[in-house]
Design a protein around this ligand. Sequence first.
Ligand SMILES: O=c1[nH]cnc2c1ncn2[C@@H]1O[C@H](COP(=O)(O)OP(=O)(O)O)[C@@H](O)[C@H]1O
Ligand SMILES: [Ca+2]
Length: 482
Amino acid sequence: MAKPQGPHPGLMLQNYGIVLDAGSSHTALYIYAWPAEKDNNTGRVEQTHSCKVKGKGISSYASQPWKAGESLTLCMQEAEQKVPNKRHHETPLYLGATAGMRLLNMENSSASDKVFQAVEKALQKFPFSYQGARILSGQEEGAFGWVTVNYLDDLCSCCVLTSMRFLSPSQGLETTGALDLGGASTQISFVSDNYDGSESPSNSVTFRLYGNDYNLYTHSFLCYGKDQVLRLALAQQTQSGPRTILDPCFHPGYTEIKNYSVLYDSPCVSGRKPQGAPENFTLRGNGSFGQCQEIVKSVFNFTSCKYSQCSFNGVFQPLLQGPFGAFSAYYFVMNFLNLTDTSIPLDTVKDKLARYCATPWDEVSYLAEYCFSGTYILTLLTEGYNFTFPSSCVYFQIKGSDAGWTLGYMLNLTNMIPAEAPDKPPLPHYVWAVLPICGKVKGQRMLLNTVLQITWIQGLFRRTKAFSQWRVHLWLKDILSI
Ligand SMILES: O=c1[nH]cnc2c1ncn2[C@@H]1O[C@H](COP(=O)(O)OP(=O)(O)O)[C@@H](O)[C@H]1O
Ligand SMILES: [Ca+2]
């Protein structure tokens, strides 16, 4: 008897790509896959696997660089299992390091070189097509995060509220801004109609997509990731070299002995260590959101701005234009605190956070830093960047842990971000009319997307924004399976 025929093997063929995100706090490996037979511009790239490397980020191995390489072995072995053997040699492997390595490189560039040598040696042992390990600039980190957010196009309910924006004849269509919060740096990236890149060229990244140039505003604040900001806040409170501090950002009853040398061992606070400080100090929590916010505010500088407008620390920022997707630690922290619903009035959010901060430590008992982190996020968004809640549409991405710069980085390096327009329109016009029907088939959520996409298409005809054309193109291909 003849064997049952499976799908044509060609249809099953997948391409793979691996990106290691060497963050300041830890390293994560992501595997992406996309159909091999579709041309690069249209196949939907999906994350098929992720692996969290045990231990800390590679920058923490400055004094034992070989361990940085070793630390990656288990996740790399997992990747060997997950990517089919036949595809190993064609699978590109990238490692990108962010703010932890930026700081180490500033502090001790030979130690940072040694960490990269060790990592390179470890990665080259695997059968993938190794494409190099490097430090991403802050602009790259922000810009690739923005590409990911817009590629994923995973609009949440928050944007339903603002979908009328898309219909507004004056505004036209919009892309989604990206907010990334790491341990050592934080990025904000968005396209603003009134920003042409000339006022502060260092904050401008130009993308060529479908034949049009996009001007993206992006800024990375080194030392404003949540772990380094905690150091800035503690440095602020220990300038006189005390033996004890009463810290409002920690729960009442919380006590921790902190070492001065360890606290000040970072370029973000080095040079500020108080002279003649004892070896340690005791941090005692007193859980006051209001006082904590005052301390957090003091790490921002709002006094000088040589541009038409600034966010903080004299950094230019054009008028906010949303929606925005907030991911990484934004998501972890706000999800933990049950504060991802941005339609809640700001005062209610503050009340909830105040109640959480005031909860005695013996009732919380683990994860001491969420009061501080929540207060920092709220302050960064409202005072630093000037978001107003609930009218600003910032949504904490459900797949927050997996959104980030890695997908955008890989799309760029594998030439999957189309720079030039296709010769002919992506689809014949009659397809537009079919959209609502296709939408209904996949249920309400798809219907919502349909409405948004149609509005985008209206925008397309109005302003022919190339990036949205790209998105619409991908989306149509996806739902129509062509
Ligand atoms: O599963 C989690 N729960 C809570 N926080 C997390 C989790 N995974 C990562 N984080 C936090 O997200 C941040 C990720 O920062 P990352 O290591 O990418 O630094 P970087 O982007 O500044 O280089 C860190 O502050 C880390 O503590
Ligand atoms: Ca990161």
